[in-house]
Design a protein. Structure first.
Length: 273
C-alpha cells in the first residue's frame, strides 16, 4: 500500500517532479521489480470473473519510460538502443529461452515456460508450462495463463494507456493458433482452442454456430473450439462481409488434451490450427 501511494503521488506530480532523482527512480524500480518477480500483476480476475486493473502499476511503467534515457547495449554482433533493459538470469528462473527470444525487465516469466524466438514486453505475465512459439509476441501487460500454447506468429496485443484499460487475458490450457491476433483487452477462456488467423477484439462478434446467436464481443468461452468466420452485412453500397469468430464445438473440461479426437474433428470440418 505504501508503494502504491508513493507511485500515485509521483504520477500526480509527474510534470513538476524530478523523475531522475534517486528517490523517485527507486520507487519506480521497486514496482517494476515486483512485476518482474511475479509478486505484483497489472490485472487479475476479481469477483464474478470481472477484470480488475491495478492502474498504479501501469503508471509505474509509464513513469519508467519518462524517467529513463536510452542506452546502447550489445549481444554478440547485435546492437540495441532502448530505455528498458532485457530480462535475464533465465537459468535460475528455470525458463527455456531459445536464441532469438527476449523479454523486457518487468515481464514475469514463470518457471517451465519455453520461449522460442519470440518477444514478451514489460508488464506482461506468462504462466508456468506455457509455450511462446516462434515469432509470437506478448504485448505489454498481457496476462497469459498456465499451460497455454501461443503458436507461431501469434500476436497478443499490449496496452499501457489509458492506465485503466484492461489488457488481454488468455486463460489456462488455451491454444491460440498460428497468426491469430488477440488485442484490445479481448479474453480467451480456459481450455479454448482458437483457430489459425482468428482476429479477436472487443468489436468482433463471437457467434455460436449451433444457434446462430451472438455470444459476446471479444470474449471466447472456456472449453470450446473457435475459428475465423465472416457474416454478411448490407450497406448502401452493397453487401459486404465482416469478420467474426465462430464457436463450432463445445468440449467437456479437459477434452482438448485428447489431441487425436480433436484433430479428427477439425479435419472433418476442413479447419486447420
Amino acid at each position: 500500500m505504501e508503494l502504491r501511494e508513493r507511485i500515485a503521488e509521483i504520477w500526480a506530480g509527474r510534470d513538476r517532479l524530478e523523475l531522475s532523482s534517486a528517490e523517485v527512480r527507486g520507487a519506480i524500480a521497486e514496482a517494476i521489480d515486483g512485476l518482474d518477480r511475479g509478486e505484483l500483476r497489472v490485472a487479475e480476475y476479481g469477483p464474478e470473473g470481472k477484470v480488475v486493473v491495478h492502474e498504479w502499476l501501469k503508471q509505474a511503467i509509464l513513469l519508467l519510460f519518462r524517467a529513463s534515457e536510452s542506452e546502447v547495449s550489445h549481444s554478440g554482433p547485435f546492437e540495441f538502443r532502448d530505455k528498458i533493459p532485457l530480462k535475464g538470469d533465465f537459468e535460475s528462473l528455470a525458463v527455456r529461452v531459445v536464441p532469438g527470444a527476449s523479454a523486457r525487465w518487468g515481464a514475469y516469466i514463470a518457471p517451465g515456460v519455453t520461449m522460442m524466438p519470440s518477444y514478451v514486453n514489460i508488464g506482461a505475465r506468462v504462466g508456468s508450462g506455457t509455450m511462446v512459439d516462434t515469432w509470437a509476441t506478448v504485448g505489454s501487460c498481457a496476462q497469459i495463463g498456465e499451460r497455454v500454447h501461443l503458436a507461431g506468429g501469434v500476436g497478443i496485443g499490449g496496452v499501457l494507456e489509458p492506465p485503466q484499460a484492461a489488457p488481454v487475458f488468455v486463460d489456462d490450457d488455451a491454444f491460440i493458433g498460428s497468426r491469430a491476433m488477440i488485442t484490445e483487452g479481448a479474453r480467451v477462456g480456459r481450455g479454448a482452442v482458437v483457430g489459425a488467423g482468428v482476429i479477436l477484439n472487443p468489436s468482433i462478434p463471437v457467434i455460436d454456430t449451433e444457434t446462430g446467436e451472438e455470444i459476446s464481443r471479444g470474449v471466447i468461452p472456456p472449453w470450446c473450439v473457435a475459428v475465423a468466420g465472416s457474416r454478411k452485412r448490407e450497406y448502401p453500397g452493397g453487401e459486404f462481409y465482416l469478420p467474426c469468430v465462430l464457436v463450432i464445438k463445445r468440449m467437456a473440461e479437459g477434452e482438448r488434451h485428447d489431441k487425436a479426437a480433436l484433430n479428427d474433428f477439425l479435419r472433418d470440418e476442413g479447419i486447420a490450427l
